[in-house]
Design a protein around this ligand. Sequence first.
Ligand SMILES: *Cc1c(COP(=O)(O)O)cnc(C)c1O
Length: 367
Amino acid sequence: MEVSFLNLKKAYTELKPELDQLWQDLHADSSYILGARLENFEREFSKYLGVKHVIGVANGLDALTLSLQALDIGVGHEVIVPAHTFIASWLAISETGAIPVPVEVDLRTYLLDPSKIESAITENTRAIMPVHLYGRLCDMSKISALAQNYHLRVIEDAAQAHGSFGSIPHKKAGSFGDAATFSFYPGKNLGCFGDGGCVATNDDETAQKLKLLRNYGSKIRYEHEVIGKNSRLDELQAGVLSIKLKHLDEWNDRRKAIAKIYLQTLQGVGDLVLPEDTPGHVWHIFPVLSAHRDALKKFLATEGIGTIIHYPKPIHHQEAYKHIHPNGLRFANTDKICATVLSLPMGPHLEIEEALFCVQTIKKFFE
Ligand SMILES: *Cc1c(COP(=O)(O)O)cnc(C)c1O
């Protein structure tokens, strides 16, 4: 049996009639940028999140960068970010001229450890950027309380957490921060047919600034109030996202069902460390830890099973960040995760039999 890590073709096939109709309608209107489809999607997604404004942008990285800029964060400022995340979280901070200040993650949740934030705060700190990595919500009550105490902004990176929640089911990822960002990269829980992203915020002024920044700093054509850029979510992607948003909760439920199977059947197998099950986890990926990660990955590949490592090299060891911390940084948990983590096949179109085949093959490896 061949099991791909993620099957995007099946996502298209399931919704083909509606998606094909969108393609026809799009050309009938021939409105491709900043039109009614974007406005519709922004309204629908803000309603889904329970947030006042959603502003579509070109990708998840821009969503982060523009959010920081809209909150006046830039040169001379520091932003606290998890040591373990996708590099985009750090890059956005660097792009504004601010400095990313990494804080260690918890080895049990893989998320920013709130107890380690306080000692990283300096007089230059302006914001905390929690990342809801792998689909699990950060401890937002602790992070929000810290931010309030120290008068810091909170920018949630929710690129992997569409529909995720913590202890309050209707309080979703993206509704906690001064701004929250999403990516609609095809492989995310809500993905489009190319690049896409958005910012969610309850603040009217931040929303207005973001609308300027994403469109050349302009509200009225050829009138430019600020130095903006071209970062828009186009009409095709917005149309695709409106169609897929209706299925997000159901598709997340299918991910949860796969996660349940893995959690029940892989308990005690070899040296595997399984992730914790929490009700609001949307399982963007399903990470396991093993000291035999590389051999396991190779074995699964020879048996036809696709896996990915999220992420193989810590950001604090990347060439790109040598200049900030020339003497190196030490994050033992992050190093351990990167050295041992493996993401098993996961997605709304993974069949139960496919998941069970993965389990069987993993057991075979450890026998
Ligand atoms: C995917 C991702 C991003 C960046 O999104 P793009 O749309 O690829 O620019 C940012 N942060 C995290 C945690 C991500 O997983």
